[in-house]
Design a protein around this ligand. Sequence first.
Ligand code: SF4
Ligand code: SF4
Length: 400
Amino acid sequence: MTSPAQLSAMLKSEGQRLGMDLVGIAPAVTPTGISRLQSWIERGFAGEMHYIPRRATAYEHPEHVLPGVRSVVMVAVNYKGAGERGSAGVREQGREDHGDSVADLPHPQTPALPGRIASYAQSRSDYHDVLKPRLQQLADVLHAAAPSCRTRCVVDTAPLLERDFARLAGLGWFGKNTMLISKRLGSFVFLAALLTDADLEPDAPHATSHCGTCTRCLEVCPTDAFPEPGVLDARKCISYLTIELKGPIPLDLRTGVGEWLFGCDLCQDVCPWNRKSPPATDATFAPLPELASLDALEILRASDADLRTRFRESPLARPGPAGLKRNAAVVAGNLGDDAAIPVLCETLNHVDPVVRGASAWALGCLGGTAAQEALNTRRQFEDNPDVIVELESAASRFIS
Ligand code: SF4
Ligand code: SF4
């Protein structure tokens, strides 16, 4: 019979062979962060991510994810970009064919109205789809050595405090920006877990913090989303606003969204630990330079069906076509380029009121006779009360 120490060593070496940069093992316990999660929910910081409070009890112990669980194998995969991303230094091993992906589709060399995309969404496929089969391969190795064991792979797909278990497994600490930071890899890492009822040898938890007196992440946030170090008010975070939120982006936060079309990396970009860390070595996860930004005008012009097809295997599918268009309209308003006016006059008539409202706001930012006429025309037959408020607020900016 294979001992817990032997199984653990085997999983670590196999995990690395499968392209996982860090592999650590935590005991299946109530995570120390559970009280932090509860207080975070009580303070309303989860916003409209109702699935979090709904599953609050399930987060209390990984037993709710896999009955009888004894060990949690945590893996981290580096997705940090480099100056010359996608270069010959990028390792192709482990790359999987997912057919046409967003990266295979034509992109303009220089977007007319560049909207920024968070790094994690710049790889050629959705990391959920790529990591899951690799974790399953790791589980197969465990099953071969311990045939009676049970396993479950988790890639953001179950109520598990992945960052807490990553810290418990010794992979890193929580930065003041709430991200898990590895001394070696920084914070641009995907986390995933393999739960098992097999006994494994746990690693020592990462007990220290290495932020020191640094406060760069707290200071750089354009929407002031950190009420205190290590606590994120998701309702103010651009990642939440552009990806999770279904309705309109609150008026007082739209300017702070700036050029971000999908997500935001600012509080990670400024982190000194990310400056020192190496770029991703696996081509599957490395960000593609051509996806660092997308043309907001192109997003606004595209049909909803085209956007669905284009992003069907990308994280950019999550906000849906209307969410992407809402974001593109806000970016267009913030960029202040009149070239967006004709297309915004068209999206002012979009079937989704959230797109109409954001388009009205953007036209109010851009100004000009054409924008004013479009707002007035739409106002004559608009029947959605929220959009009427947006139209009138935008139109009022012309009166001065
Ligand atoms: Fe602020 Fe951007 Fe970090 Fe969100 S991701 S907390 S908006 S800096
Ligand atoms: Fe910690 Fe500074 Fe990085 Fe923020 S920017 S997570 S304070 S080291």
